[in-house]
Ligand binder design. Structure first.
Ligand code: MN
Length: 311
């Protein structure tokens, strides 16, 4: 048995995981598409600025329409779309229209408000696999003007034996051109061979790890898709052992230190702000998303009394 095999077996059969907190995804639906919702958690709204992590696929979309998310609004956050397989077209109320493919990043800063749609392209490939991520904007910048960035190429580096692609913030001194408003890191790590390595971390950051494909032992915990490992601040390295072709997302940042109120597609601080965003959406004040062949999403019924911001 190799050292990697032995470590995987030991971690897999150990009931108490390593230093982190391990949670399971909740199943959710994005139209016809089944997603694993890994964040937010009931007891943890954010990891660094990251406040939403959906993992979908790999799914066969050969026979169906694939991803079909009609126009809907956002405030107070950034959305990041990251694909492993497939192609998705983004349209928004700023007039952007951009197809995204694996290895590219679509970054939309909602700030004070934007609407967008995402759907598989008309003649799409047979498979779809990706991540939908949100970063909460800190209080001082959450009302910035909306903007959209399509990044066709992102910086790549080898770190700890893994091929790293830096989506947002920086990892091991390599910075993404994606605009951000808080200290953070978001990187895909791919094991290009059977790998046991260490990833340098900033000890001021908290981190999350999500597996997209394969399995790995991360800080002593066996991880597979559908699980989130949370690691608090104070770590300088992250030991990871993984088989070849394993892919994972490492994300985190300086703890936000702000309670968030997340409701539908909005990130705010008070129920009044949410109620205003719903009223704005219902009145068409986010502006139209041109080119989407169908009606926009309706906001669910709102009970602002029950809305409380939480850490
Ligand atoms: Mn969205």
């Amino acid at each position: 048995m190799s050292r990697l095999d032995a470590e995987v077996e030991a971690a897999e059969s150990t009931p108490s995981p390593g230093a982190g907190e391990l949670t399971s995804a909740r199943p959710a639906q994005l139209g016809d598409l089944a997603v694993r919702r890994l964040l937010p958690l009931r007891h943890r709204r954010s990891i660094g600025g990251w406040c939403f992590v959906d993992h979908y696929g790999p799914a066969s979309v050969d026979a169906g329409p694939g991803m079909q998310v009609p126009p809907h609004p956002h405030i107070g956050l950034q959305t990041l779309t990251w694909l492993f397989e497939g192609e998705v077209i983004h349209r928004d109320s700023l007039g952007s229209e951009k197809v995204i493919r694996p290895g590219q990043l679509n970054l939309m800063t909602a700030g004070k408000g934007v609407a967008h749609s995402e759907q598989s392209v008309r003649h799409h490939g047979p498979r779809l696999h990706g991540l939908q991520l949100w970063v909460a904007l800190p209080d001082h910048s959450r009302r910035v003007d909306p903007s959209f960035q399509h990044l066709p190429e992102l910086p790549r580096t080898e770190v700890g034996g893994f091929q790293a692609t830096v989506l947002a913030g920086s990892l091991a001194g390599v910075a993404s051109p994606a605009r951000s408003w808080s200290e953070l890191v978001g990187a895909e790590l791919e094991a290009v061979g059977d790998t046991m390595g260490e990833i340098p971390l900033l000890p001021t950051h908290e981190h999350g790890v999500v597996l997209a494909q394969g399995h790995a032992v991360v800080a002593g915990t066996f991880l597979q898709p559908g699980r989130l490992l949370y690691l608090g601040p104070g770590r300088e390295v992250l030991p990871i052992s993984a088989r070849t072709t394993t892919r994972l997302l490492l994300f985190g940042g300086q703890p936000l230190g702000e309670p968030l109120l997340m409701w539908w597609n909005f990130v705010a601080r008070t129920g009044e702000e949410i109620a205003q965003a719903v009223a704005d959406w219902n009145a068409g004040r986010f502006g139209p998303v041109a080119g989407y062949p169908g009606p926009p999403l309706a906001a669910p019924a709102l009970d602002p009394v029950r809305l409380v911001a939480r850490f």
